[in-house]
Design a protein around this ligand. Structure first.
Ligand code: SF4
Ligand code: SF4
Ligand code: ZN
Length: 136
Protein backbone atom coordinates (compact mmCIF):
# COMPACT_ATOMS: atom_id res chain seq x y z
CA UNK A 1 0.00 0.00 0.00
CA UNK A 2 1.60 3.33 -0.98
CA UNK A 3 2.35 5.86 1.74
CA UNK A 4 0.47 9.11 1.32
CA UNK A 5 0.66 12.65 2.68
CA UNK A 6 -2.73 12.33 4.36
CA UNK A 7 -1.32 9.59 6.59
CA UNK A 8 1.40 11.87 7.98
CA UNK A 9 0.18 13.37 11.24
CA UNK A 10 0.93 17.04 12.08
CA UNK A 11 3.43 15.82 14.73
CA UNK A 12 5.48 13.78 12.23
CA UNK A 13 4.13 10.32 13.05
CA UNK A 14 3.51 8.26 9.93
CA UNK A 15 0.14 6.66 10.70
CA UNK A 16 0.78 4.09 7.92
CA UNK A 17 3.30 2.34 10.19
CA UNK A 18 1.27 2.63 13.42
CA UNK A 19 -0.03 -0.61 14.92
CA UNK A 20 -3.49 0.94 15.37
CA UNK A 21 -3.63 1.66 11.64
CA UNK A 22 -2.16 -1.68 10.51
CA UNK A 23 -4.25 -4.00 12.67
CA UNK A 24 -7.32 -5.68 11.16
CA UNK A 25 -9.82 -5.17 13.98
CA UNK A 26 -10.88 -1.74 15.27
CA UNK A 27 -8.22 -0.11 13.19
CA UNK A 28 -7.61 3.65 13.24
CA UNK A 29 -7.95 5.57 9.97
CA UNK A 30 -5.06 7.90 10.87
CA UNK A 31 -4.69 11.27 12.56
CA UNK A 32 -6.18 13.17 9.64
CA UNK A 33 -9.05 10.70 9.17
CA UNK A 34 -12.60 11.07 10.53
CA UNK A 35 -12.74 11.48 14.33
CA UNK A 36 -15.22 8.63 14.79
CA UNK A 37 -12.65 6.19 13.34
CA UNK A 38 -9.92 7.17 15.81
CA UNK A 39 -8.98 6.13 19.31
CA UNK A 40 -10.18 8.60 22.00
CA UNK A 41 -6.54 9.38 22.88
CA UNK A 42 -5.82 10.38 19.26
CA UNK A 43 -9.08 12.33 18.99
CA UNK A 44 -8.01 14.55 21.87
CA UNK A 45 -4.30 14.52 20.94
CA UNK A 46 -2.46 17.49 22.48
CA UNK A 47 -0.50 18.19 19.29
CA UNK A 48 -3.49 18.40 17.00
CA UNK A 49 -5.75 20.28 19.40
CA UNK A 50 -3.15 22.68 20.80
CA UNK A 51 -3.90 26.39 20.64
CA UNK A 52 -1.14 27.14 18.14
CA UNK A 53 -2.59 24.57 15.82
CA UNK A 54 -6.25 25.51 16.09
CA UNK A 55 -5.73 29.27 15.80
CA UNK A 56 -3.31 29.06 12.85
CA UNK A 57 -3.64 27.93 9.27
CA UNK A 58 -0.64 25.61 9.18
CA UNK A 59 -0.91 21.85 8.87
CA UNK A 60 2.35 20.56 10.36
CA UNK A 61 4.21 21.29 13.58
CA UNK A 62 7.40 22.29 11.73
CA UNK A 63 5.49 25.34 10.50
CA UNK A 64 4.67 26.41 14.07
CA UNK A 65 6.64 29.28 15.69
CA UNK A 66 6.91 27.21 18.88
CA UNK A 67 8.34 24.11 17.17
CA UNK A 68 9.65 22.05 18.84
CA UNK A 69 7.48 22.83 21.87
CA UNK A 70 7.46 20.82 25.11
CA UNK A 71 4.68 18.53 23.87
CA UNK A 72 6.77 17.73 20.78
CA UNK A 73 9.89 17.18 22.88
CA UNK A 74 7.95 14.78 25.14
CA UNK A 75 6.72 12.85 22.10
CA UNK A 76 10.27 12.83 20.71
CA UNK A 77 11.65 11.38 23.95
CA UNK A 78 8.99 8.68 24.11
CA UNK A 79 9.32 7.63 20.47
CA UNK A 80 13.12 7.72 20.24
CA UNK A 81 13.45 5.76 23.48
CA UNK A 82 10.75 3.16 22.88
CA UNK A 83 10.61 2.88 19.09
CA UNK A 84 13.85 4.39 17.66
CA UNK A 85 11.71 6.82 15.66
CA UNK A 86 12.22 10.57 15.71
CA UNK A 87 9.13 12.67 14.90
CA UNK A 88 11.24 15.86 15.01
CA UNK A 89 13.76 14.48 12.50
CA UNK A 90 10.85 13.32 10.36
CA UNK A 91 9.31 16.79 10.34
CA UNK A 92 12.66 18.44 9.53
CA UNK A 93 13.16 15.93 6.71
CA UNK A 94 9.73 16.79 5.24
CA UNK A 95 10.51 20.49 5.55
CA UNK A 96 13.86 20.15 3.78
CA UNK A 97 13.09 17.50 1.15
CA UNK A 98 9.37 17.96 0.54
CA UNK A 99 6.68 15.31 0.78
CA UNK A 100 7.38 13.42 -2.45
CA UNK A 101 11.00 12.61 -1.61
CA UNK A 102 10.14 11.91 2.02
CA UNK A 103 7.31 9.50 1.17
CA UNK A 104 9.42 7.63 -1.38
CA UNK A 105 12.24 7.16 1.16
CA UNK A 106 9.77 6.23 3.89
CA UNK A 107 8.15 3.55 1.76
CA UNK A 108 11.53 1.92 1.14
CA UNK A 109 12.56 2.24 4.79
CA UNK A 110 9.44 0.53 6.15
CA UNK A 111 9.27 -2.32 3.65
CA UNK A 112 10.10 -5.78 5.03
CA UNK A 113 13.28 -6.98 3.28
CA UNK A 114 12.03 -10.55 3.54
CA UNK A 115 8.41 -10.36 2.33
CA UNK A 116 7.78 -6.76 1.23
CA UNK A 117 5.01 -6.10 3.77
CA UNK A 118 4.73 -2.72 5.51
CA UNK A 119 6.59 -2.78 8.84
CA UNK A 120 5.19 -1.40 12.08
CA UNK A 121 7.09 1.20 14.13
CA UNK A 122 5.65 -0.29 17.33
CA UNK A 123 6.91 -3.84 16.68
CA UNK A 124 10.37 -5.38 16.40
CA UNK A 125 9.34 -8.03 13.88
CA UNK A 126 7.39 -8.00 10.60
CA UNK A 127 3.66 -8.47 11.23
CA UNK A 128 3.38 -10.71 8.17
CA UNK A 129 6.45 -12.98 8.08
CA UNK A 130 7.96 -12.47 11.55
CA UNK A 131 11.38 -11.33 10.26
CA UNK A 132 13.33 -9.14 12.68
CA UNK A 133 13.29 -5.46 11.74
CA UNK A 134 16.72 -3.87 11.37
CA UNK A 135 16.50 -0.36 12.77
CA UNK A 136 18.83 2.06 11.01
S1 SF4 B 1 -3.49 5.74 16.70
FE1 SF4 B 1 -2.71 7.85 16.38
S2 SF4 B 1 -0.69 7.54 15.40
FE2 SF4 B 1 -1.85 5.62 15.22
S3 SF4 B 1 -2.89 5.69 13.23
FE3 SF4 B 1 -4.29 6.50 14.78
S4 SF4 B 1 -3.98 8.71 14.75
FE4 SF4 B 1 -2.20 7.78 13.77
S1 SF4 C 1 4.83 22.51 17.66
FE1 SF4 C 1 3.76 22.28 19.60
S2 SF4 C 1 2.69 24.23 19.89
FE2 SF4 C 1 3.22 24.08 17.74
S3 SF4 C 1 1.43 23.12 16.70
FE3 SF4 C 1 2.87 21.48 17.26
S4 SF4 C 1 2.16 20.74 19.25
FE4 SF4 C 1 1.23 22.77 18.94
ZN1 ZN D 1 7.97 -9.65 6.32
Amino acid sequence: MPFTKDLIAPCGINCAICMAYLRDKNSCSGCLGPDEEKRPSCRSCKKKTCEEHTKAEFAYCFECPKFPCKTMKDLEKRYTTKYHYSPITTLNQIKEEGFDAFLAAEEEKWKCKNCGATLCVHRETCLKCGATIERI
